[in-house]
Design a protein around this ligand. Structure first.
Ligand SMILES: [Mg+2]
Length: 178
């Protein structure tokens, strides 16, 4: 892939440890949850034996939920590398709560990623697809649709997707495939 590529990078499950934040909201030990994760199961609700409704009811009560999500340890280095080589835009899906979009923008500012306003908030990520567009995302469905619309997805391997648990060096892996 050349330098003229435009990167669209997801937040939850790629830069932000969303599932840990959910586990924390229910006072569960996230490491234990991840160790016992059913490979390929997307749903943190199922892993916690909760309904989607229960998850969102709890999340929506926590005012700073989105702003307080932990960064993955490699997140800053990964973004710095990508920005040194490519144009990079955030591409992230909002929840149904309007506070989510605000919280995500606050999160990006707090961690000084330097994306400015290059933030695309949509669940319809395939609308950004096209030649030279790379979507880095942890959801199989997003990647499949992005590819079907002419883009180049890069599935970010996680225990909850078809890539599976990834124990290697994230940055080195991304460098090797871009
Ligand atoms: Mg994601």
């Amino acid at each position: 892939m050349g330098a003229d590529k435009i990167i669209l990078i997801d937040l939850d499950g790629v830069l932000a440890n969303f599932n840990k934040a959910i586990a924390d909201a229910f006072n569960k030990d996230y490491n234990e949850i991840e160790d016992n994760w059913t490979p390929g199961n997307w749903s943190i609700a199922q892993q916690l034996n909760l309904s989607e409704g229960e998850i969102w009811a709890r999340v929506n009560k926590i005012e700073s939920f989105w702003e307080d999500i932990e960064l993955y340890p490699y997140a800053k280095k990964l973004v710095k590398y990508l920005k040194s080589k490519y144009e990079v835009n955030v591409c992230t899906s909002p929840s149904s709560n309007p506070a989510c979009a605000t919280g995500k923008m606050k999160w990006l500012l707090k961690h000084k990623f330097g994306f400015g306003r290059n933030i695309i908030i949509t669940p319809q990520k395939h609308l950004m697809a096209g030649p030279n567009r790379i979507l880095i995302d942890d959801m199989d469905k997003n990647c499949d649709k992005f590819k079907a619309h002419g883009g180049e997805p890069l599935l970010f391997h996680q225990v909850w997707n078809s890539g599976g648990k990834f124990d290697g060096d994230r940055l080195e892996y991304i460098k090797s495939v871009l």
